[in-house]
Design a protein around this ligand. Sequence first.
Ligand code: RNT
Ligand code: ZN
Length: 399
Amino acid sequence: MKPYDYARERYAAMGVDTEAAVERLAGIPVSLHCWQGDDVRGFEGGDELTGGIQSTGNYPGRAKTADELRSNLRKALALIPGRAKVNLHAIYGDVAGVERDAIEPKHFAAWADWAEENGLGLDFNPTLFSHAKSADGLTLTHPDKAIREFWIEHCKRSRKISEYFGRRLGQPSVMNLWIADGMKDIPADRLTPRARLADALDDIFSERISPEFHIDAVESKLFGIGLESYTVGSHEFYLGYAVKNGTALCLDSGHFHPTEVISNKISAVSLFVNKLLLHVSRPVRWDSDHVVVLDDELCAIAQEIIRHGLLGRVFIGLDYFDGSINRVAAWAIGARNMRKALLLALLEPYAELRGAESDFDFTKRLMLLEELKTMPWQAVWEEYCERNGAPPILASDMF
Ligand code: RNT
Ligand code: ZN
């Protein structure tokens, strides 16, 4: 008997349809962040990464051109079974010598062509770091109006590029807005920068763009390196902003206190915010953006999406940057883990679990959850990989 046939029977006995799980999994888009491929450097010509984020490691092979990055992305995507999007930052266009307040869709046409040829969706991000005008640690919240306006213009133009991607590819591009703005030491005035941020966002989002093509998301953070005492765009700030203004909210798994998990926030936020973007990452002691591994939190994130039927409202993106290992492998390992976690969630007998819970049969709930851990899901994963043209098991010579 084929391992998959055995697994299918075992799961069927539990009331789980592996065929349905495999089919659903293939259709769930996971957005691959381009910036893992070059340690968040981009193609403007500069080489500095600022904004309180850091990629460490000197593994050879950091992409230096857009063509190189695309070809490495293709290598990684060939190892990741299922529907994919690629997530770009504004610094990744054909933008050498182009100021950020002058970017246009034409600077990103090569990416749109490439995505179209490869059947991929695209997502987008304005880049408000690694720039002379972000050197004070403040961008949209800078006291100098001219600097605020420069960044507002950059974000408005970024929305146009995102919309262009959506139109070209026939699916919405999610544009995530993250700024590092904050202070190293104890601020005197925590309110004014936040008020400025709210005003700047209102201005940026003032032009309505159809959600068929473009979706705005905002991302909070606890702190960045060198900005430890105060972050303007805190969780409360953006949660409030998203609820009030109907934008999507981005939850990054590395952006909360070490004992907080985003898996426990998804259900709560889903009651008040229509759309969520996830930046799935792996914090190690701080927001260190390690490659996503198949740990309890990753499984819990996938469970929350699948159990509550949130697939249409939660966009899944990855966000980490490790320069110490093969970068193609970093993409493939992390993205495959995301999909493995989704598969595990799709293979749960959720109605039964919920039934046990509402009957106060906590013995059964615990028993089922523990038995699920050693079910033969790996055989289902291999079958899924084979059907979707990816290797069931990675090997070093694939990178
Ligand atoms: C930084 C945020 C942000 C970036 C990317 C490059 O802490 O997580 O999402 O990682 O935009
Ligand atoms: Zn993030």
